[in-house]
Design a protein around this ligand. Structure first.
Ligand code: PLP
Length: 418
């Protein structure tokens, strides 16, 4: 990217983990132009469009078996709202009116509209709006690295997943509608990869209590973690998939919610889904999404994200050896992060007043590298830096990113210790 003064930047965060196929992809721009010349709007209650039908078919082919119904939206928060309402209407239309609570995790981020915020566990974004219209129960995100547990040990996965079971029992199992989870954590936890056995066990628990498992794949979807869906890495089939960012890939606002016939049929039989946005299934957005998926497939970008992700993770681990202030490195595919700590043994964060994450972003920016940062411990303290280049990244890009990170870390360490 170049700014108005001609300064060059490498986008090491794909914007906000959005631009999965990079900027200015010619094929996508051509497809958009073609669609613009055909039609840019058709209201979904009047017409289904060719573009939305084609994108829906394409997406269904990329989903786990049985997830064959698609509802389009224009962003991640809309997608999360839609998934919750879909789950709720399914419960009502199957006589399970008592089920309305959606359990999620803390920290987590699921969007900024009020429903999505009620299932978000991230204080700086939720506190100003408390009391929430209806705050929802949260269970701890499985941050084994902070609790001194071995993420490779299946007992660790079971330990965190069983917290979900305890929460379900505390709430009353018949009041719980769904569990909402990011397969690999995004902005709130900084690329948190679940410990061994966690995903399989939460699937088991949801099955046991008749609770729907909603995967928030807004950030992890469309190849980001080295598979089309983040949840594809585990044997934990979602009941509802929520996608957005990488689907429009920064070319257009677009999202999708995907579920199966078994979930949707009772809703259709009882009058249909009482929900819908004016721009849902917009033909220009859908034609763009279709062109994006074509690029993902033709360029083999899921496989590239897996390979480049391994390289990037290994190099971030070397960076951790060099700089004491990096306390943890984690991630999957090209969703990677490192976290600052004042002390690796105690896991103590840097003092919040240092505003370490923003300082680091500024240092990288001054060196022509864009990265993304957030507070990592529920939003109030701790600092992580997300390194998530577009999935078209090659080894030269990784070299350039590492060069920028190394130079920024050298300055950052000096500044923090000054
Ligand atoms: N869910 C997750 C996991 C996200 O990362 C985000 C955005 O960062 C959202 C939902 C909300 O998406 P949007 O900003 O498009 O509304």
């Amino acid at each position: 990217m170049w700014d108005q003064d001609g300064r060059r930047y490498l986008d090491g965060s794909s914007g906000a983990m959005v631009c999965n196929i990079g900027h200015s992809n010619k094929n996508v721009l051509t497809a958009m132009r073609r669609q613009m010349e055909k039609s840019t709007f058709g209201y979904r209650l009047h017409f289904e469009t060719e573009a939305s039908e084609q994108l829906a078919s394409k997406l269904v082919g990329l989903m786990p078996d049985g997830l064959n119904r698609v509802f389009f939206v224009s962003g991640g928060s809309e997608a999360v709202e839609t998934a919750i309402k879909l789950a709720r209407q399914h419960a009502v239309s199957t006589g399970q009116n008592s089920r309305w609570k959606v359990i999620s995790r803390r920290p987590s981020y699921h969007g900024c509209s009020l429903g999505a915020l009620a299932v978000t566990g991230y204080d700086p974004l939720t506190a100003p709006f408390m009391p929430m219209m209806q705050d929802m129960p949260k269970v701890p995100a499985p941050r084994a690295y902070l609790d001194g547990l071995n993420p490779d040990d299946p007992a660790t996965g079971a330990h965190y997943a069983n917290m979900l079971e305890a929460q379900i029992q505390a709430e009353g199992p018949n009041s719980v509608l769904a569990f909402l989870v990011e397969p690999v954590g995004g902005a709130s936890t900084g690329a948190l990869v679940p410990p061994n056995g966690y995903m399989e066990r939460i699937r088991e628990i949801c099955d046991h209590y008749g609770i729907l498992l909603i995967m928030d794949e807004v950030m992890t979807g469309v190849g980001r973690t080295g598979a089309f869906l983040g949840s594809d890495h585990w044997d934990a089939r979602p009941d509802i998939v929520v996608m957005s960012k990488g689907l429009g890939a920064g070319y257009i606002p677009l999202g999708a919610v995907i579920a199966g016939d078994a979930l949707v049929a009772p809703i259709l039989e009882t009058g249909g889904f009482a929900h819908g946005f004016t721009y849902a299934g917009n033909p220009l957005a859908c034609a763009t999404g279709l062109a994006v998926l074509h690029e993902i497939e033709m360029q083999g970008l899921c496989a590239n994200a897996a390979a480049m992700g391994d390289t990037l993770l290994a190099r971030l681990k070397s960076l951790m050896q060099k700089y004491e202030l990096i306390g943890d490195v984690r991630g999957k595919g090209l969703l990677t992060a490192f976290e600052f700590m004042a002390d690796r043994d105690t896991k103590a964060p840097l003092p919040p007043h240092l505003n370490a994450h923003q300082r680091f972003v500024d240092l990288a920016y001054a060196r022509g590298l864009i990265v993304y940062s957030r507070r990592t411990r529920g939003g109030t303290e701790g600092d992580h830096i997300l390194v998530c280049p577009p999935l078209i990244a090659n080894t030269q890009h990784i070299d350039e990113i590492m060069h920028g990170l190394d130079a920024s870390m050298a300055q950052f360490s000096q500044d923090i210790h000054a």
